[in-house]
Design a protein around this ligand. Structure first.
Ligand code: ZN
Length: 343
C-alpha cells in the first residue's frame, strides 16, 4: 500500500482544562480511525520524538528551552494554550510524527503519509507557543523535507484559522510556498490577502481570506482559481497539507459551511495535483477540528482519498445556497499576487 499512517494513543496524554475544545477525546477519535485502518490491513506506525536539531530549524533556542521547562508541569503559555505534565513529550511526538512522515515519503518507501496527531502546530511561532500549538509540526516537516533535498515545498493549509506561525517562519523563504484558505477576519487576526511574503519570499505566501459562512462551492472556486494554479506554477517537490477540519459546518469554533464531502474534494484535488507535479509525494498532518463526529468523518475521508490505489475523481458537492464569498476572496488574492503568478 502506498500510504503510511502515523498515529499513537499517546496523543491523548496531553491534557487540557475541562471544556477546552482541543481535548484528549480528539486523540481517541483519531486513534479509533487508525485502529480501523490497521484492522483492514493498512500500515500504521508509531512516531518517534522530534530531535532538537529538527526543531531548531524553525524554532528559536529560547522557545525550545522554555518548552523543555514545561516537562512534568502544568502551565498556561497563553490564554488558550496549556501544558499538562505530559505535554512536552507528546508535543515532541506530534512534531516527530510529521518528520517521520516526510522521511518516508522523501525516501520513496511510501508515496503518501497521513499523520493523525495532536497537539496541532500551525499557530506556533518561531519563538513561542500559541493557539493550542507548541511546536509548528508542518513547519518542522517542511524544513526536514528541505534538509532531505526537496528544492521546493508547498504547504496548503485548509484549517479554518490562518496559520500565522507557518506563514511567519517561511515568509522570506522562496523555497517554501504557503497557501492558506481561512475565515477572515477571525483568530488569530493575520492572513489578509495583502500578506504575500517579503524579500526573496515575496509572492510565496498566498492568503485566501474567506468571509464566515463560506460553502463547499466557495472553496471549490478558490481552489480552482487560486490554490491549484499557484501550486502548478510553483512546481513543488512535495506537498504538505495542514489538514484542519474546523471549517466543517458542525464545528463549534469555525463558522464556515464546509461539508465532509467538501473536505474529501479538497483533499482529492491536492492528491491529484501532487500526482501531476511531484510523483504523488504528499504528507497530510492534522491541525484543528473540534466537532468529534466531524473530525472522525473527515479523518476517515482523508484516509480513503490518500489510501486508495488510484487517485479518486474530485467531486465538489453542490451547495444549497449561492454565495459570492469565494469569488470575493479569489479576487482579493489575485489582485495581491498578480505580479507573481498568472491567473
Ligand atoms: Zn483551526
Amino acid at each position: 500500500m502506498s500510504l503510511i499512517l502515523i498515529a499513537s494513543e499517546r496523543f491523548a496524554e496531553h491534557m487540557t482544562p475541562p471544556g477546552h475544545p482541543e481535548s484528549p477525546e480528539r486523540a481517541d477519535v483519531m486513534d479509533a480511525v487508525a485502529a480501523e485502518w490497521r484492522a483492514r490491513g493498512g500500515e500504521v506506525v508509531a512516531p518517534r520524538v522530534a530531535s532538537r536539531e529538527q526543531l531548531a530549524r524553525v524554532h528559536a533556542p529560547e522557545h525550545l528551552r522554555r518548552m523543555g521547562e514545561t516537562a512534568g508541569v502544568s502551565v498556561a503559555l497563553d490564554p488558550d494554550t496549556y501544558t499538562s505534565p505530559e505535554t512536552y513529550e507528546v508535543a515532541l511526538l506530534s512534531a516527530g510524527a510529521a518528520v517521520d512522515a516526510v522521511e518516508r515519503v522523501m525516501a520513496g518507501t511510501h508515496a503518501r503519509a497521513l499523520v493523525l496527531s495532536r497537539p496541532p502546530g500551525h499557530h506556533a511561532e518561531h519563538d513561542r507557543a500559541m493557539g493550542f500549538c507548541f511546536f509548528n509540526n508542518v513547519a518542522v516537516a517542511a524544513a526536514h523535507a528541505r534538509a532531505l533535498g526537496a528544492g521546493r515545498v508547498a504547504i496548503v493549509d485548509y484549517d479554518v484559522h490562518h496559520g500565522n506561525g507557518t506563514q511567519h517562519i517561511f515568509e522570506n523563504d522562496p523555497s517554501v510556498l504557503y497557501v492558506s484558505t481561512h475565515q477572515f477576519p477571525f483568530y488569530p487576526g493575520t492572513g489578509a490577502a495583502t500578506e504575500i511574503g517579503y524579500s526573496a519570499g515575496a509572492g510565496r505566501t498566498v492568503n485566501v481570506p474567506l468571509e464566515l459562512g463560506a460553502t463547499d462551492q466557495d472553496y471549490r472556486l478558490v481552489f480552482e482559481q487560486v490554490v491549484l494554479p499557484v501550486m502548478r506554477q510553483f512546481q513543488p517537490d512535495i506537498v504538505l497539507v495542514s489538514a484542519g477540519f474546523d471549517a466543517h459546518e458542525r464545528d463549534p469554533l469555525g463558522q464556515m459551511r464546509v461539508t465532509t464531502p467538501g473536505f474529501t474534494a479538497m483533499t482529492a484535488a491536492l492528491r491529484q495535483l501532487a500526482e501531476e507535479q511531484c510523483q504523488g509525494r504528499l504528507v497530510a498532518i492534522t491541525e484543528g477540528g473540534y466537532d468529534l463526529e466531524a473530525l472522525r468523518e473527515c479523518c476517515e475521508e482523508v484516509l480513503a482519498v490518500l489510501g486508495s490505489e488510484r487517485a479518486p475523481d474530485v467531486r465538489w458537492p453542490e451547495s444549497p445556497v449561492a454565495s459570492s464569498r469565494g469569488r470575493m476572496a479569489a479576487t482579493q488574492a489575485k489582485a495581491a499576487l498578480t505580479q507573481y503568478w498568472q491567473f
